[in-house]
Ligand binder design. Structure first.
Ligand code: PMP
Length: 467
């Protein structure tokens, strides 16, 4: 029956992982994979997710079907995380939000909805470059897609002028795809004032903005900061569409927890859109999976867990200041046991405790009593974002320190999980062949694949293939 079927091309990223697995060199490094790794190169389970798992386990919930569009409480919580608790869209009930099969499912559902119900120019304009699955989904749906300038290879930064020029020529009523933050594959995001200019030109051209937000919190470590673009567009009067994913910011890759939101003119129109989305879901997969959404909801609805997962970056310095003036937190340090007996005999490196109701973890115990170098806010997302930022710094200084003649500032200017190094295909090939370092041909590296153990090696290899 299937002799007519031709072999399809392998997935680019998965092909790299395959080749990496086969490599027997102890030096091998996988910079292709788009999943966070800890400093040991291992998958990371967020402590807030662990706690949510425990809580859910104790609830002994059943396995009945979820509603077609997912649980209302989940949809409400995730939309609030994106648009902001007090966004006017919630007062007007003008949003239609459904749970989807992670970010990809949201994109697929949203784009399919467009093929069926979008009344204006059915043409999707994407940044050049963009995540490879964006054009692929459009191809599957026979949706025409085109590109607007985004990345400037000369500066390895955002091409504001090019983007504004191209967008101002897009036919009225077309759909424009925007990465809300931590652009994949370039790691280059517009600055806030640049987003404002983009919003204006998109409004002037009467375009319909479809945001893909797969990395909220990953860019700056702060979920509100990372939602700036979306919230600004809403403030500017755009009725955006939004695909959300909790794969990266909660490390729930395989749980497939995501959401699709349509902002509509009013609650009546939102209800009509909802009725049609439900028909689409019902005929595709009937209803979404439970477990990932339960974890996300547990974290978002539980103030302690939410803080632990997403606490703001500035809380950290607040705690440090408070600690420095509060004598109760000046412990005597027993270096032989690694404990702080005056404070709490059980307090050791890695202990978790609550300070001013903010969860913190003991990362460093300093024997200098005046200098309370002992704790750090345990914000899981910030922890991941910070490790990536420190690896960027290490990589850049390693390459520059080796006396490399080129400019490497873009490594630290770019944000999120990926870095568009500017390496040419032949240099990429050399990295893989001579140094066992695996990455995509376009020179994109997943900074999450770099650790304190391999950063010097990767820097030296990049230096060698580029000088
Ligand atoms: N959009 C972008 C830009 C991405 O990079 C990803 C993940 N690679 C996704 C969406 C969707 O990922 P998931 O389906 O795992 O949520």
């Amino acid at each position: 029956w299937w002799s007519n079927v031709e072999m399809g091309p392998p997935d680019v990223i998965l092909g790299i992982t395959e080749a990496y697995r086969k490599d027997t060199s102890p030096k091998k490094v996988n910079l292709g994979v788009g999943a966070y790794r800890d400093d040991e190169g291992k998958p990371y389970i967020l402590p807030s997710v662990r706690k949510a798992e425990d809580i859910i386990h104790k609830k002994a919930l059943n396995h009945e079907y979820a509603p077609i569009g997912g649980e209302a409480a989940y949809c409400d919580a995730v939309a609030k995380l994106a648009f902001g608790e007090d966004s006017p869209v919630f007062k007007n009930k003008s949003n239609c939000t459904v749970q989807t099969l992670s970010g990809t499912g949201a994109l697929r559902l949203g784009l399919e909805f467009i093929t069926k119900h979008y009344a204006k120019t059915k043409e999707i304009w994407m940044p050049a470059p963009t995540w490879g699955n964006h054009p692929q989904i459009c191809n599957t749906l026979n949706l025409p897609h085109k590109k607007y300038r985004y990345f400037d290879p000369k500066t390895n930064g955002f091409d504001l002028q090019g983007a504004l020029e191209d967008i101002s020529k897009i036919p009225e009523g077309s759909i424009i795809l925007l990465h809300a933050c931590a652009h994949n594959p370039t790691g280059v995001d517009p600055k806030q004032n640049e987003w404002m200019q983009l919003s204006q030109v998109i409004k002037d051209r009467k375009l319909f903005p479809f945001f893909d937000m797969a990395y909220q919190g990953f860019a700056t470590g702060d979920v509100d900061n990372d939602a700036f673009a979306i919230r600004h567009f809403v403030k500017d009067g755009h009725q955006v569409m939004l695909a959300q994913s909790f794969a990266k910011n909660m490390g729930l890759y395989g749980e497939r927890a995501g959401a699709l939101t349509f902002l509509c003119g009013d609650s009546d129109s939102a209800a009509k859109v909802m009725s049609q989305v439900k028909i689409m879901i019902r005929t595709m997969y009937s209803n979404p999976p439970l477990h990932g959404a339960r974890l996300v909801l547990e974290i978002l609805a539980n103030p302690e867990l939410k803080k632990q997962c997403f606490a703001h970056a500035d809380i950290e310095s607040f705690i440090w200041k408070e600690l420095a003036v509060n004598p109760y937190f000046i412990p005597t340090f027993d270096s032989s046991s690694g404990t702080v007996p005056d404070f709490d005999p059980d307090l050791t490196l890695g202990s978790e405790l609550s300070l001013f109701s903010i969860p913190v973890q003991v990362l460093e115990i300093n024997s200098d009593m005046r200098n309370i170098n002992v704790t750090k806010v345990l914000a899981d997302v910030k922890h991941m974002a910070d490790r990536i930022i420190s690896m960027r710094k290490g990589l850049r200084s390693g390459i520059e320190g080796a006396g490399n003649p080129h400019q490497w500032q873009h490594i630290t200017d770019q944000i999120g999980m990926f870095c568009f190094t500017g390496l040419k295909p032949d240099q990429v090939e050399k990295l893989t062949k001579d140094f066992h370092i695996y990455l995509t041909k376009d020179g994109r590296i997943s900074v999450a694949g770099i650790s304190s153990k391999n950063v010097d090696y990767v820097a030296e290899a990049i230096h060698k293939v580029t000088s």
